[in-house]
Structure formats: C-alpha cells, structure tokens
Design a protein around this ligand. Structure first.
Ligand code: ACO
Length: 320
C-alpha cells in the first residue's frame, strides 16, 4: 500500500514584515536581502499560535480532500516552535478538528521535518497499521528569532501547511532521509525550559543561531545528491519529474540545486519571496498553493526535498 495525497491546506498570518520594515530594526536593506536570499516579505503571527495555524491548515486540507475528520487514523505534526509543550500539537489538532478516531504525535526534524513526517506516514500506511493520515508542518519561527541578528531575522516567517494521505494500491514507498549530528552546531536553538535559565533574562542561546555559509554549502551539496538517490531507488529518470518541491530556504540554494541537476528552473516552484523560510511548513504551503492554482494533474511526478538543522536532509518521490 502507498499513501496518496488527496487534499491540501495551508494558513499564513495576514500580518507581514517586508524588507524595508526590517531595515528599520537591523542594519540591512531590501537589495541585500533580495539578492542573497530572494525573500521580500515574511508573514508573522499576531493572535495566532503554531497550533491555531496547524488547525486552520488541517481544516482546509480535510475540506479539500473530502475526508471527514472521523475518518482520520493518524495525525503527525512536524514542528520545533510550539508555544505549548504539553499536550502535544497533534492532540490539540485532533480535538479542534474533531478527529475522534485518530491518534497522533509531534516530531521535530527542523526544516526537513515535513519530509520526515511524510515518510513516517508512508511507513505506517505501508505496514497496514493506518490508512488515512493527516500530515502537518506548522511553525511560529518568529518566537525563536533574535530580531537584533540581521544574519537570521531576515530569513524566517510563520505559517502552516497540511496534506491528507489515503492508502491505495501503488509501488512500495522508498524513503531517503539522513542525519549528521556531528555538524549539529551549524544551526542551534536552546530550549527556554532548561535548567538554570531564568525566565525573562536575556539569553541569546534561546534564539536561533546559524552558521549561514556552512548551511548553504551543505544544502547545495546534499540536496541534489539525495534527489538523485531517491529517483534511483524508484527507477524514475530525472527528466520525468514534473516539479521539484524544495524546502523554501533561499532562492540561491534552489537555483544551485537546479543547476547541479541540469534541470530547468521552471521545474522548481518558489514562494519564498512572499513567506521567507517557514521551516517544516514550507513544502506543504507550496504544495497547497500549487494544488489550488490547478497546477497538478493526476499522474504527474513530484520530488519533495528538505534540509536543515541536525544537520538533516531527505527526499521523497510521489505521483500526484
Ligand atoms: N544585511 C546586510 N548585510 C548582511 C546581512 C544582512 N541581513 N547579514 C549578513 N550581512 C553581512 C555580513 O556581516 C557580511 O559582512 P562582512 O563581509 O563585512 O563580514 C556579509 O554580509 C556577507 O555575509 P555572509 O554571511 O557571508 O553572507 P551570505 O552570502 O552567506 O548570505 C545567508 C547569508 C543569506 C544567511 C546565507 O548564508 C544563507 O542563506 N545560508 C543558508 C541558510 C539557511 O538556509 N538556513 C536555514 C536552514 S533550515 C532550518 O533548519 C531552520
């Protein structure tokens, strides 16, 4: 059995900061940010939370799929930015959408999180344990950003995306994910709940800290390799892929991946100009936007690929 996407949904806050807004906060400018990253705006939560965005994205995905909440067996939430530690976000979503027959849990693989969650859903479906799964990526990164650090605050935004997977006949699923904890220091964010941390005190470790160049080099090397590996496993030539849906971190990273794979950049859709890097929400938000624009047709082949803290990276190939 294989899980097929039968519906998508997303939510991004209405409130946004554009590059000129950021130039009033830190020493930066619109030209630098556009040239180095491709980001123009990032949407930021006001009254929303990571869970409330996940709930809205999920309701929209269920509506789009025609699946009733009671039909869901499993809810997976990929996040590292929850405002609440207990209960887990999956239980909060379950309650809010009325998925009374579903079990669920959260997982954290940073910006690769949606790919890991998608793979986990596929593994459960392949095992026969669950048939109908809601996979969510939701992040309120603005809570984790040091708004005085121009090296990171320009990059990130908030949002959520969700897909509904339903079991059907198909070629057995072939996931590819990797972790390299040895390079973990390239991107870190310490918990505000750790021993010795005094609430309210200035603690720069509790914001995201990143060696941008190290992450950049890692991404442009590993993402093309993992895409080639996943395609070799399913025996599909690169040329047969209609769209490469990459984690939306940086326009230059996506362009470099397209170049290394010798593929037309038109096959690499982007929306990071509008949202910035929304971590594990970026792939499902992009999937939802493309789905609602009617860009997908049955039988089209897509590759999803993510990378991020851990370090972690991975890819999945799917038929629409
Ligand atoms: N505005 C103006 N100047 C800046 C800014 C800014 N916002 N940020 C840095 N600079 C300066 C630096 O201080 C440096 O100045 P110097 O030459 O006087 O020392 C200069 O610009 C160049 O800085 P670099 O860090 O070398 O710039 P780079 O071209 O590498 O771009 C960037 C930085 C955009 C962060 C890039 O490295 C990048 O995108 N890396 C990947 C990051 C990423 O994708 N992370 C997400 C991973 S996903 C996850 O798990 C959360």
């Amino acid at each position: 059995m294989i899980g097929r996407i039968c519906g998508t949904g997303s939510y991004v806050p209405a409130h946004f900061l554009d590059n000129n807004d950021l130039a009033k906060i830190v020493d930066t400018n619109d030209e630098w940010i556009r040239e180095r990253t491709g980001v123009v705006r990032r949407h930021i939560i006001e009254d929303e939370t990571m869970v409330s965005m996940a709930v809205t994205a999920s309701k929209r995905a269920l509506e789009n799929s025609g699946v009733a909440p009671e039909e869901l067996d499993l809810i997976l939430v990929s996040t590292f930015t929850s405002e609440v530690l207990l209960p887990c976000a999956a239980c909060e979503v379950q309650r809010e959408i009325g998925a009374v027959n579903a079990t669920g849990f959260d997982l954290n693989a940073a910006c690769t999180g949606f790919v890991f969650a998608y793979n986990t859903a596929q593994a459960y479906i392949a095992s026969g344990m669950y048939r109908t799964v809601l996979v969510i990526g939701s992040e309120s990164l603005s809570n984790m950003v040091n708004w005085e650090d121009r090296g990171t605050c320009i990059l990130f935004g908030d949002g959520a995306g969700a897909v509904v997977l339903k079991a059907g006949e198909g070629t057995p699923y072939q996931p590819v994910t990797y972790s390299d904890g040895g390079k973990g220091s390239a991107l870190t964010c310490m918990s505000r709940h750790r021993k010795g941390w005094i609430s309210g005190a200035e603690d720069l470790d509790s914001y995201m800290k990143m060696d941008g160049q190290a992450v950049f080099k890692f991404a442009v090397k590993q993402v093309p390799e993992v895409i080639l590996e996943v395609l070799e496993k399913v025996d599909i030539p690169l040329e047969d892929i209609d769209y490469f849906i990459l984690h939306q971190a940086n326009k230059r990273i996506i362009e470099a991946v397209a170049k290394r794979l010798k593929q037309n950049i038109d096959k690499f859709p982007m929306n990071l100009d509008e949202y910035g890097n929304t971590s594990s929400a970026s792939i499902p938000i992009l999937l939802d936007e493309m789905n609602r624009e009617g860009l997908f047709q049955r039988g089209q082949k897509l590759v999803l690929a993510g990378f991020g803290a851990g370090l972690s990276w991975g890819a999945a190939c799917l038929e629409w």
